[in-house]
Design a binder for this molecule. Sequence first.
Ligand code: ADP
Ligand code: TRP
Length: 321
Amino acid sequence: MRVLTGIQPSGDLHIGNYFGSIKQMVDAQVKGDTFAFIANYHAMSSGNGGEKLAKLTMQTATDFLSLGIDPNKSTFWVQSDVKEVLELYWILSAFTPMGLLERAHSYKDKTAKGISANHSLFSYPVLMAADILLYSPDIVPVGKDQIQHVEIARDIATKFNNEYGDILKLPEFKVEESVQTVPGTDGQKMSKSYKNTVNIFGEEKKQLKTIKKIITENVPMEEPKEYEECNVYNMAKLFLNANELLELQERYKKGGEGHGHFKLYLADVMWEYFREYREKRDYYLNNQHEVRDILRAGAQKASNIAQPKMEVIRQATGILY
Ligand code: ADP
Ligand code: TRP
């Protein structure tokens, strides 16, 4: 069963990204069946470009490899290294009614937030449809905000197939319902846009400073403390096994320690949890050519699927003459 995921290169990853999406992706890798690419063309639609985009692309590749994307299992590449996607994007545009794009939430949301309404932002779902349909996945795992994009890909594929026969495979989306929302330092959903993130790969001192900012109840040191609604506890539990969790609950119930102690504990367990990933990342940062080699080999594997697929599409649409 082929699974395909696109990753926006959007900067420093936080623990919400890790527990909400990256960990699932890493755990679900199946040799030969997992496809993951860095959506650098997509990033241009919200204004990223130039040296910044190039850096973000390498940073994202480095971070995902460090966190466990395994190039021996997954086909991992950068979107722009397989140009067929742009050709398919144009062909699919001819099967995309304007109304379909005008109804897309993401365009409406982004322009409402003040991102300028350029054409790439508007036609983003068509490029995403090309990403998907070029590789014929069975499943596209997505967050709730991306469901509509997979539905648009299905609509476009249906229109295309009605004209030219059963060429494009209709993908299914999968939303991971069990994924919990990781709280940020202010208790809202952790998100870059709320500036409440705890990043995975920060400097140790800076991380401690961020963790110290987590909002907690004001309870005197000696008194017992509530843990279920506590932002520190809810972050710490992501890193703990069942026994460690019980021990932490006991510490809350017993009293005698303040939230400051629990914050130090959280900083420690988090630092340990990511130690191995950090070491791997340091290695890749010192050997960026290895990251480039992995991406190049991934692009070759992706091309081996994209090229024959495009041949069929060119033939059917009369682009081959
Ligand atoms: P951000 O909100 O920081 O911009 P993104 O929208 O880039 O994060 O999210 C990338 C992935 O990480 C998505 O799959 C999203 O569902 C997941 N994710 C982001 N924040 C959280 C969170 N607080 N809890 C769980 N998952 C999250
Ligand atoms: N739009 C997706 C996001 O913002 C990224 C993406 C681009 C994608 N192309 C894709 C995801 C194809 C799945 C399949 O997160």
